[in-house]
Design a protein around this ligand. Structure first.
Ligand SMILES: *[C@@H]1O[C@H](CO)[C@@H](O)[C@H](O)[C@H]1NC(C)=O
Ligand SMILES: *[C@@H]1O[C@H](CO)[C@@H](O)[C@H](O)[C@H]1NC(C)=O
Length: 424
């Protein structure tokens, strides 16, 4: 694999491990001359006061392959400064690269977030404990530092700040809520090359996520919709207005040990519409992951199903730097429809709800690599450090509107034209 190819591989693998982001308790001090501690001013989130709420719609850029991420542009501060953020329903804290100064930041100094004294969030802020899994400091007036450890060995250390987010709601109002996020001054990219974004948009379930903060302030309902096109791009929304009133398959969010994640199940896996014997799978929906991951046993079973089914067809397995498992035909493939006659769809059939089936058509589990091979976009989660988790990544959500409804504790999807952005 040449240097250029390995760079591309790294880019694709950057974001997905964030599903397992764990925050480690502990205070990481910033030199006080850089980030002086502000006098305490405990800010509690505005209570959900009134029945009105609106929604936000953002255009999304990116693709599963070759880029490996989807991002939105958000402005922060006064005067507002734009930041490009990877969208991640698999982690909670939104963070941006920080001029504190910074180790491991990847964008020019002028594009970093420069925290003002007044924006530093003190340790006694309730969100500081949420982010750190408990009260992290002896002194409640200290700045609140955080560390997020990603399962792929990457990590981010920063300080919690609070600043204006100038927004545009679809009802026409232009609110400017103060939201809490991370100013990341020490970024370790692990074994992967950094993506060209300036941070992460955390849309997870905890009170610290941007969607939870907007919900707690009574500005939007805590509902997230993502629609990524197989052609690239798409849209993201926060709020309930763009949710279709019919045609959505809804399944309950799991409230057990997987309650930290957007998880549902149990589901049976079908191949070509037929049972595979793979039953009772719990899956996490994670927009921070480009590809889909199954635990080792399920992954091996899927490889067996595919190799049995491809037996006798004019296609053979080949090494390709794009992904671990690829197939080559007589001629290089150009588009997925070139392999339509070789591959059958998978289906995740949720047994909790009648007719709740997540169809994985070819575009939802295969890519055509730059070398013209068809490659499997389903990976072994154990090899990726995900343990026994099954994780539905972006590839399996393409051309679907996927809705994470924290108000009604359910996850929904429907097929959609994701290039048609709801008017905002
Ligand atoms: C739009 O929604 C916001 C946030 O929920 C609300 O405060 C505002 O009153 C609404 N504006 C109009 C014109 O309906
Ligand atoms: C919002 O954040 C800014 C920047 O941190 C701060 O100066 C301001 O006092 C905050 N305003 C409110 C209403 O909390």
């Amino acid at each position: 694999m040449d240097a250029n190819e390995s760079r591309k591989l790294s880019l694709m693998l950057v974001l997905f491990f964030q599903v397992l982001a764990v925050t480690l308790p502990g205070c990481f001090l910033v030199a006080s001359q850089q980030l002086p501690i502000k006098k305490p001013a405990l800010q509690t989130l505005a209570a959900k006061g009134h029945g009105f709420s609106s929604s936000l719609v953002f255009p999304v850029t990116g693709n599963v392959y070759p880029l490996g991420y989807f991002s939105v542009s958000l402005s922060i501060g006064n005067p507002p400064k734009p930041f490009t953020l990877d969208i991640d329903t698999g982690s909670d804290l939104t963070w941006v690269q920080c001029d504190a100064p910074c180790t491991g930041c990847t964008v020019p100094k002028g594009q970093l977030y420069k925290p003002a004294k007044s924006s530093i969030v003190p340790c006694k802020d309730p969100l500081c404990a949420v982010i750190n899994g408990g009260p992290p400091c002896k002194n409640p007036n200290e700045q609140c530092d955080f560390k997020i450890q990603y399962a792929d060995s990457g990590s981010v250390i920063g300080v919690l700040v609070r600043d204006y987010f100038p927004l545009r709601f679809i009802n026409g109002t232009l609110p400017r809520p103060n939201l809490t996020f991370g100013c990341a001054y020490d970024i370790d990219h692990g074994q992967h090359n950094p993506p060209p974004t300036t941070g992460v948009l955390g849309l997870g379930k905890s009170a610290a996520s941007i969607s939870s903060q907007l919900g707690a302030a009574g500005l939007t309902q805590n509902v997230i919709g993502q629609c990524y096109s197989a052609k690239g791009g798409g849209f993201l929304f926060i709020g309930n207005d763009p949710v279709p009133s019919s045609g959505v398959s809804w399944v309950p969010m799991l409230q057990n040990t997987m309650a930290k994640h957007y998880a549902s199940g149990p589901a049976d896996l079908l191949f070509g519409g037929k049972p595979t014997g793979l039953k009772g799978l719990n899956v996490i929906f994670d927009s921070g992951s480009s590809f889909t991951y199954f635990n080792s046993a399920v992954y091996e079973a899927i490889l067996n199903l595919l190799s049995k089914d491809l037996n006798g067809k004019p296609i053979r397995q080949v090494q390709d730097p794009a992904l671990p498992v690829c197939w080559k035909g007589a001629k290089p493939f150009k588009v997925l429809s070139d392999v339509k006659s070789y591959f059958k769809p998978f289906t995740l059939s949720f047994t909790s709800t009648k007719n709740a089936q997540l169809q994985l058509t070819l575009e939802n589990y295969l890519i055509i690599s730059e070398h013209g091979n068809a490659c499997l976009g389903i990976l072994n989660g154990a090899e990726a450090g995900l343990g026994n988790y099954n994780l539905v990544g972006d590839i399996s959500m393409l051309d679907k509107l996927v809705i994470y409804d924290n108000e009604r504790k359910q996850i929904g999807w429907t097929s959609a034209n994701c290039n048609r952005i709801p008017k905002s």
